[in-house]
Design a binder for this molecule. Structure first.
Ligand code: PEP
Ligand code: MN
Length: 338
């Protein structure tokens, strides 16, 4: 249930609504907007409770039921766009955010030189996998702690934030010490035990879409991350499984519009994992920016031929440079800058 307070509602009136909800056994989250406060009343019984219970309280303007399965990620709860702030870099604002780097951290030289190059070409966040969720147990699983140290060196030497993936609960703490954004991969989008633990963190978290998940399931998974009061959640569309097999996954461009309509969370697009081939990365990246994405997550490798993971879909530096130049006029055309 969503309780919208009137414009002049006092803090005491808001507190009264919260108290009443707690007394009825519900949980509560507040969106203290600049114009008005919205109170989300959460719990399995909200459907049975009369909306009048809250409508009569002083300062309340309206009470409505959210019929969608997700609540905290919805625009009903949070009408204004959320802007996630990563050490001063704003995701969801006018300026697009480009996150780039290798699929996996392989060695100091590869990571540092890739990071330097992409930063010079306009990337403002570096990606690099330390713990890799691989389809096969016999594939390279990542350098783990060693990779985290290398990411930390890049962060301190280049003064640029880092995003890396968390694949299990045991490693949340160590990754959180080094990374600025914690990434939840496609395969873990509905790993609810992991999401619940991550919800306790105060880091920005990027939730990738499960490749067989509907947008509703994706936004409902985001509710897990928002449930403990952390509002720093970024969504990442990375393509879904369809019958088409000339690309690795099919980019669902329409999800950008759906997310923008029904959610307040910023959404970035990963063209690399959707494409599966470097030739299609620019096509998807350009379309994503034109469609209104807030940024991109792109795999770049100094020498894709030698990449231990995802070499085929990685851009080399000249290709990344070309793409960045192509994106500029598209960003401008849709009122964004890059
Ligand atoms: C990644 O970004 O490193 C990754 C493994 O992507 P996804 O979870 O989308 O497959
Ligand atoms: Mn990859």
């Amino acid at each position: 249930m969503i309780v919208e307070m009137g414009k002049g509602a006092t803090r005491q009136q808001v507190d009264h609504v919260v108290k009443r909800a707690h007394a009825l056994g519900f949980e509560v989250q507040l969106n203290l907007g600049t114009e008005k406060t919205v109170v989300a009343i959460l719990g399995s019984d909200t459907g049975k409770t009369a909306t009048d219970v809250f409508a009569v309280l002083p300062g309340v303007e309206s009470v409505s039921r959210v019929m969608k399965p997700y609540k905290l990620a919805s625009r009903e709860f949070h009408p204004q766009n959320t802007i996630v702030n990563v050490n001063g870099i704003k995701i969801g604002g006018q300026k697009l955010v480009i996150m780039a780097g290798p699929c996996a951290v392989e060695n100091e030289h590869q990571l540092m030189e890739t990071a330097r190059a992409v930063q010079g070409l306009g990337a403002s966040i570096i990606r690099g996998g330390a713990y890799k969720p691989r389809t096969s147990p016999f594939s390279f699983q990542g350098l783990e702690k060693k990779a985290l140290k290398m990411l930390a060196t890049v962060k301190s030497e280049l003064g640029i934030p880092i995003i890396t993936e968390v694949v299990d609960i045991q490693n949340i703490e160590i990754i959180a010490k080094h990374a600025d954004i914690l990434q939840v991969g496609s395969r873990n989008m509905q790993n609810f035990a992991l999401l619940k633990e991550l919800a306790k963190m105060r880091h920005p978290i990027m939730l990738k879409r499960g490749y067989a998940a509907t947008i509703k399931e994706w936004l409902t998974a985001a509710d897990y991350l928002l449930a403990e009061g952390n509002q720093q959640v970024i969504l990442c569309e990375r393509g879904i499984r369809t019958f088409e097999d000339s690309v690795r996954f099919s980019m669902d461009i329409s999800s950008i519009g759906v997310i923008k309509r029904f959610s307040h969370l910023p959404v970035v697009v990963d063209p690399s994992h959707a494409a599966g081939h470097f030739a299609y990365v620019p096509t998807i990246a350009r379309a994503a920016i034109a469609a209104g994405a807030d940024g991109l997550l792109i795999e770049v490798h100094l020498n894709p031929e030698e990449a231990l993971v995802d070499g085929l879909q990685s851009l080399n530096i000249p290709n990344f440079e070309r793409l960045m130049a192509e994106l500029k006029p598209i960003a401008k055309a849709v009122g964004r800058s890059i």
